[in-house]
Design a protein around this ligand. Structure first.
Ligand code: MRU
Length: 372
């Protein structure tokens, strides 16, 4: 995508040949800042502290993290330690495991002397594949938006509601849930996006709104609780969300609050789609509710909120009484029965095992080890 008119990805190798640069998403929307990661520990910290976030970008950062580890020490022990450090950062997005396992299987058979160069090339491949996958999701989702647009009176925009940030900032480029929206907008289809603020970290208000504004897509930020009301009033034509992990049976794990949007959408007869790149499908999970590990994040994200003061400084303030406990489960699971369709890079699948396997027939059933 473009920032201030210049093409921009979320992650790229540094010009010094020994680092990776990322957009520091903790500073958006108030400041566009770039962070330099020069070690696997730095890459792991960037994932844990959410300088980078969103399932596909977490995977891409992990891929470059393996490269940084191989640059410093290409031994087997270093490869194992790097994989372990990266895998322990965040539990829910399966793209992390997907990227680490892929990188390890590519790098481990090579002699130590060839590992760093190969890891750099493979990490770039992971990133380019992500962009191609997201473009495929855009192409597959565009007809869904066009079909709704065709039923609108002249000048009427298609109202899409989205939750969290599954935009280009959550990926290497293009985004997943936003890919059909950008495709439609660029094709001249009138689109308006309802942007859930997405408490507690406000990825919608801070990141999705910033992206859409940059790209010139009409949008309105709403509180998380407003979506059901808008759906009851016929002001939402469709919902498109992203996913951190989708089961082989079509259960969609995504940012906390997604499930409530799916319930409201079902009650109101609004189609509810998840944009699902294939690396976000966990073919070893059959029951998303029971088997997908849900990250519990610090209570402070609930008890405090950050924003820009009138003097331009960014400050964090408390919003709960001192002494109140707070809980912060970061993801929830929307059962397949509430999902109208899964928009993948190969087309739109029914949210079911049969639907996914029809599009991905090469995937043999797998069994995951139990998670702790
Ligand atoms: O906690 P985050 O910001 O990493 O959560 C991100 C989401 O839940 C996204 O919707 C999901 O990763 C899909 S991103 C294409």
């Amino acid at each position: 995508m473009r920032v201030n008119g210049r093409p921009q990805r979320t992650i790229w190798p540094g010009s010094d040949g020994a680092s990776v640069e990322v957009i520091d998403q903790t500073r958006l929307p108030h400041e566009f800042a770039v962070a330099r990661l020069d070690s696997v520990e730095g890459a792991a910290r960037a994932i844990s502290a959410m300088l980078v976030r969103g399932a596909p970008l977490i995977g891409a950062t992990a891929a470059y993290g393996i490269w940084l580890a191989m640059l410093r020490d290409p031994s087997d022990a270093s490869l194992r330690a790097a994989a372990q450090a990266l895998l322990s950062t965040r539990p829910t997005a399966v793209n992390l495991r997907w990227a680490v396992e892929r990188m390890t299987s590519w790098i481990a058979p090579l002699p130590a002397g060839g590992r760093a160069a190969a890891a750099l090339a493979r990490a770039a491949q992971v990133c380019d594949e992500d962009v191609a996958i997201n473009r495929g999701i855009g192409a597959a989702g565009l007809p869904l938006i066009r079909a709704i647009a065709a039923r609108k009176p002249a000048g009427g925009a298609v109202n899409v509601l989205t939750h969290c940030n599954a935009g280009w900032l959550a990926t290497v480029d293009v985004g997943t849930a936003t890919a059909p929206i950008y495709e439609a907008h660029d094709a001249g289809v009138l689109v308006h996006v309802w942007v859930d603020e997405t408490r507690p970290r406000n990825q919608g208000a801070s990141l999705t709104a910033w992206e859409l504004l940059n790209h010139g897509v009409a949008h309105t930020v709403i509180s998380d609780n407003a979506g059901g009301h808008l759906m009851q009033r016929g002001q939402v034509d469709m919902v498109i969300v992203g996913t951190d992990r989708t089961s082989a049976t079509g259960d969609v794990c995504n940012k906390i609050g997604t499930y409530l949007k799916a319930l409201a959408a079902r009650d109101c007869g609004v189609p509810f789609y998840a944009a699902v790149p294939s690396p976000s499908i966990d073919w070893g999970v059959r029951d998303g509710l029971r088997e997908i590990p849900i990250e519990n994040r610090p209570a402070r994200e609930v008890t405090h909120i950050s924003g820009r003061l009138p003097d331009g400084a960014v400050a964090t303030v408390a919003i709960t009484p001192q002494g109140s406990a707070a809980a912060n489960p970061a993801f929830d699971v929307t059962p397949a029965r509430l999902v109208t369709g899964l928009i993948t890079e190969r087309g739109v699948a029914e949210a079911s095992e049969a639907g996914l396997r029809r599009l991905f027939p090469e995937r043999a059933p797998t069994i995951n080890p139990p998670h702790p």
